[in-house]
Design a protein around this ligand. Sequence first.
Ligand code: ZN
Length: 172
Amino acid sequence: MYTVRGHTKVARRRLICNNLGAPKWLFIGFLAADKRLYTRDWLIQWKMQVDPICPLCEQVPETINHLFFKCKVSAEVWGRILWWQGLLRQPEEWQRELIWCTSKHNSKNSTDLLYRTTLVAANYYVWRERNQVVFQHKRSCGDAIVRLIIQAIFTRTTPTSKMQGKLAKLNW
Ligand SMILES: [Zn+2]
């Protein structure tokens, strides 16, 4: 049995090691796994005066588990990315996705490598979208975010990369 803290450390390592994500994706994934992204609940804990509501759906308070991937905007994105890679399940909240990462997708095979890489890509692009809404008042549709993630995943692979064969079988 893991302790919560121990589990976070294991999950963080499993997420980041053997991952073909860009360094900036890994960085955001790392902070998310460590619960150190400045979501609004975190800012409020530090007595900052901010609107608690999630900027993406504008319906419920923003927490890390909501933002990844309970929010209807990010759930749509992550659900479609899961479906694209042939994982036919509903998106889970962040803590559960990390458990999937440590328990079900922890090998070096191409399916698991793709899962971990798409997970940090989704972290990065959802976080970027959230910041664009907050700071630039610009909003993209879920479709555009999904396309961005899939295109970015393709740019991370080389012809000799392990993921190449797996990606060749997927439709984009
Ligand atoms: Zn939301």
